[in-house]
Design a protein around this ligand. Structure first.
Ligand SMILES: C[S@@+](CC[C@H](N)C(=O)[O-])C[C@H]1O[C@@H](n2cnc3c(N)ncnc32)[C@H](O)[C@@H]1O
Length: 324
């Protein structure tokens, strides 16, 4: 066994096996919704991983730019200086692993642990197998099995709302983080009433619907988004407070998107990426949404305090300090 393998096993309070470059702690959830969510992501990432590299690179670039904004780093250099002060970094829910690889590149002396519960972890481990300071773990974030007070930075980007019990996951993050270290976390924001009702409908329906049907449906809403966007029409929306619809001039596609039906379309990212983003929205049965005060409660209950806060239409996010 080489030094890195020994070092990794030392971080966990359980025995772990290694398969295809991945440390496996838990392969499957006993919980129906969590396992359905894992399956939905395995399916999404398997398909998306086969996409044209240029399409993927475009998305990764856009996502990295957004990451800096969400977590209040003024540029990549600032993120780099920040990461270089961290010994162990956890990318909690790494998906295809490109952000974990980014962190590992920016901070070569840190050890980056990339953890995910879906099969995406195998694709990530294959893609980045040459990266010496990056390791891959298949496991549930709600029970990481990492020893307590060990991690210097947790990045949980667009993930915690997919875990079975986000409050439990947040407490687990507190347990494994060093005191006065930061958690970067993002949750979906609650939207207008019609959009929330339709979203809830799909959270239930996706469990009963085959993946083929969900892809078909996602294709249809992607096409709707494209056609609406091509109209290039703005409308002056009146406030409809009881429905949570805000006043203002808006493109018709964005108006329908935010208030009624997620029908994502981004010309620059292209058809396959837009499709995959719509599938990602409708398919996992775990996808909780939060008002700002609900998100704050989640943090306070797990003993975190705001360090940097960022809110936008889609989400609440920021960096939060473990206070004890
Ligand atoms: C929307 S993706 C985000 C991936 C990545 N953080 C990114 O920004 O590209 C959500 C990821 O969370 C993972 N996930 C959901 N629940 C999880 C859990 N309980 N434990 C570990 N990973 C989980 C999914 O498998 C999926 O890869």
């Amino acid at each position: 066994m080489n030094n890195l393998n020994m070092k990794i096993k030392d971080l966990f309070k359980t025995d772990i096996i290694k398969k295809k470059n991945v440390f496996i702690i838990s392969d499957k959830s006993q919980n129906y919704n969590q396992q359905q969510t894992n399956d939905a992501f395995s399916d999404k990432w398997r398909k998306y991983n086969q996409e044209d590299i240029n399409q993927k690179e475009k998305l990764f670039k856009l996502q990295k730019k957004w990451y800096l904004k969400l977590y209040n780093f003024s540029n990549e250099k600032e993120l780099q200086s920040y990461l270089r002060t961290k010994k162990i970094i956890l990318d909690a829910g790494c998906g295809l692993g490109y952000k974990a690889k980014w962190f590992a590149d920016l901070s070569p002396n840190s050890l980056v642990i990339a953890m995910d519960y879906s099969d995406a972890i195998f694709f990530a481990a294959k893609e980045y197998k040459k990266k010496k300071n990056l390791v891959f773990v298949k496991n549930d974030l709600a029970d990481t099995k990492i020893k307590k007070n060990l991690i210097d930075y947790i990045s949980c980007d667009q993930v915690i709302h997919h875990t079975e019990n986000p409050q439990k996951t947040m407490k687990e993050f507190n347990r494994i983080l060093k005191t006065n270290s930061e958690l970067a976390v993002y949750v979906y924001a609650k939207k207008s009433l019609p959009r929330e009702l339709i979203d809830d409908h799909f959270r239930n329906k996706s469990k009963l619907t085959s993946k083929i049907e969900m892809w078909k449906f996602s294709k249809q809403v992607t096409e709707l988004g494209k056609r609406l966007s091509e109209l290039k029409i703005d409308i002056d929306v009146p406030e409809i407070s009881l429905l949570g619809i805000k006043a203002g001039k808006m493109n018709i596609q964005r108006f329908i998107y935010w208030n009624f039906l997620k029908c994502y379309w981004n010309e620059e990212l292209g058809k396959q990426t837009s499709l995959s983003i719509n599938y990602d929205w409708y398919s996992p049965s775990n996808a909780f949404r939060y008002h700002k005060d609900e998100f704050e409660k989640l943090l306070v209950n797990a003993n975190f305090k705001i360090s940097k806060y960022h809110s936008e239409e889609a989400c609440h996010a920021g960096r939060f300090l473990k206070i004890q």
